[in-house]
Each structure stands twice: as structure tokens, then as C-alpha cells.
Design a protein around this ligand. Structure first.
Ligand code: PGA
Length: 252
């Protein structure tokens, strides 16, 4: 089954509204005509509405970096799925390792956020990945299996068909150490096998699994050549319009 590549940018806590508008002024021209792929940018909350406005009339899509599972309520500092929709979002990153590491995210809260996003019609980009310690202890597959089952195992096959998965080895994020295409390819194949076991062959063949962790213009092509790698979730290299445009145009 042909899977359309997805190139997604995770801006983390970078860029003001003004910087966001400037980025898109340049970026949208650089990727005009890049067909056969989906492009998603995930700015911080305050810049979401401006980003959505800036990409109007293009095929570029906007995502948030987190959401709360309740629709509204006394949850100071939190943002709901409905609020993200109101800002023009179509996607939301869930369970990024920085959320897991610094903000107490667990597989159980990932599962609740995934449900809330799907119920609202947002596409969750669900992140999984092992730490260096876990890789060195040969626990990568155990960790991926646990995160997969805990965050996604409860879904119906139909709901599973609506999500994106991002494999992001924690040791490769922001470190300049990219997983080799072989290492990433193996982890993606493992996740796809997990998907087949849980949701059936058809769902597994359709799900898009993005690689994240120091994706750059000079290494994206080798990663994208792997059968099971269907896109990238890009941090640092998505902040610059030219570098992210080069990643979006990985095959040209
Ligand atoms: P990086 O971040 O590309 O800067 O390594 C990736 C991510 O955290 O999604």
C-alpha cells in the first residue's frame, strides 16, 4: 500500500507570533509545488492562530504540541482539543519524550489525550522511543511495545487508522546523533509488526510511522529510503524555512 510521506516540524518552545508569520512568508514559496507529501508545522500555542492564517490557501497543515483530554474546566494552563480546532489545527503531537521526561506524561495520559484528539477530529502524532540507557540494555523493543500498547492498544482498528506514529529515540533528539537508517528502519518494522498483531495486517500496512531525532537536509534522504519510514518529525531543522523546505523536498 502506498503511504503518502508526512514531513512534520516540531517547533517546541521557539518562535513568537511575529517570527511565525515571517517563517511562513518565506516557507510557503519554497514548498509551493512540492506534491505527493503532507506538510505539518507545530508552533507553540500562542502562534497557532497566526500560523493557520498564514497558510490559508496552501496545503500546509498546522498542529499543536500537546492538549488536555477534558473539553473544558478548571485546569489552569491547559488547552483542549476544541480550542485547538478553533485555532485552525488539524494535528496534535502527543507523548513527546520531553513531555514524558519533564512534565510527567505517561502511557496512560497519552491514551487519554489520543482519545480526546480523535473525538475532536484532530490527527494525533503519537511519539514513542527509547532512552540511551534502554537501548544499551537491549530494551528498545520492550520499551516500544509497552509505549505502543499503553498509549494505543485500546483503540479500535478504525481509530488506529487515523493516527500517525513518530519513532523518536530519545538519545537522537537535539543531539545531532541521528539513528542510522538501519536502526530506525528496524524500530519502524518492529512497530509495524506490533500494529499488525494488535490491529490486523491492513491497519499495519496503512499506518504512517515518522522518524524523529536530528533529521537534517543531509540525512533525510537515506532515512526516507527505508521501506518502513514514512516521514519525519523534525525539531531544530524545522525552525529555518530553507532547511525545512529542503527536508520536505527530500527526493528532489
Ligand atoms: P530534533 O528534534 O530534530 O531537534 O532532534 C526532534 C523532536 O524532538 O521532535
Amino acid at each position: 500500500m502506498a503511504r503518502t510521506p508526512v514531513l512534520a516540524g516540531n517547533w517546541k518552545m521557539f518562535k513568537t507570533v511575529q517570527q511565525t508569520v515571517q517563517f511562513f512568508d518565506e516557507f510557503k514559496h519554497l514548498v509551493a509545488g512540492a506534491a505527493g507529501r503532507e506538510i505539518v508545522l507545530c508552533p507553540p500555542f500562542p502562534a497557532l492562530a497566526a500560523a493557520s492564517e498564514a497558510v490559508r490557501g496552501t496545503s500546509i497543515q498546522i498542529g499543536a504540541q500537546n492538549l488536555h483530554w477534558e473539553a473544558e474546566g478548571a485546569f489552569t494552563g491547559e488547552v483542549s482539543a476544541g480550542m485547538l480546532l478553533g485555532c485552525g489545527c488539524s494535528h496534535v503531537i502527543i507523548g513527546h519524550s520531553e513531555r514524558r521526561q519533564y512534565f510527567g506524561e505517561t502511557d496512560a495520559t497519552v491514551a487519554k489525550r489520543v482519545d480526546a484528539a480523535l473525538a475532536a477530529g484532530l490527527t494525533p502524532i503519537v511519539c514513542v522511543g527509547e532512552t540511551l540507557e534502554e537501548r544499551e540494555a537491549s530494551r528498545t523493543e520492550d520499551v516500544l511495545a509497552t509505549q505502543f500498547s499503553g498509549g494505543l492498544g485500546h483503540l479500535s482498528s478504525e481509530s488506529f487508522g487515523k493516527i500517525l506514529i513518530a519513532y523518536e529515540p530519545v538519545w537522537a533528539i537535539g543531539t545531532g546523533k541521528t539513528a542510522t537508517p538501519e536502526m530506525a528502519g528496524d524500530a519502524h518494522a518492529f512497530l509495524r509488526a506490533k500494529a499488525a498483531e494488535t490491529f490486523g495486517a491492513e491497519a499495519a500496512a496503512g499506518v504512517r510511522i515518522l522518524y524523529g531525532g536530528s533529521v537534517k537536509p543531509n540525512n533525510v534522504k537515506g532515512l526516507m529510503e527505508r521501506e518502513d519510514i514514512d516521514g519525519g518529525l523534525v525539531g531544530g531543522a524545522s525552525l529555518d524555512p530553507e532547511s525545512f523546505a529542503a527536508i520536505v523536498r527530500f527526493d528532489s
